[in-house]
Design a protein. Structure first.
Length: 104
């Protein structure tokens, strides 16, 4: 019994999942839904991303903007979707910030 307690006490806590990896996985799921033509479920993902973006910390907002919006908008552009019709308002603003940045 004492040996088991010592093992538990010596266990290292698992690191928190990387928010950027989570944003990429979420983008991958959204892109897969779009690929399958499941626009309704993809739209729900966009709404959830919008909610996460609006309620999140600055790090979460950064991950959604730089990973999720970038990845999904790239897919949308390649497949000729109208981004204004697909993205909710906050995600649209982030998208337009990205395409209008000078890169400097």
């Amino acid at each position: 019994m004492i040996g088991m307690i010592n093992q538990i006490l010596q266990m290292k806590p698992k690191p928190a999942p990387n928010i950027y990896k989570q944003a990429q996985r979420f983008a991958d799921v959204t892109n897969a839904l779009l690929l399958r033509g499941n626009i309704n479920r993809a739209s729900r993902c966009f709404q959830k991303a919008e909610e996460i973006f609006n309620l999140g910390t600055s790090e979460i907002k950064n991950a959604i903007s730089n990973v999720y919006v970038y990845s999904v908008s790239s897919y949308l552009e390649i497949n000729k979707y109208n981004i204004k019709d697909m993205f909710p308002q906050s995600l649209q603003k982030e998208y337009f910030k990205q395409i209008n940045s000078t890169g400097i």
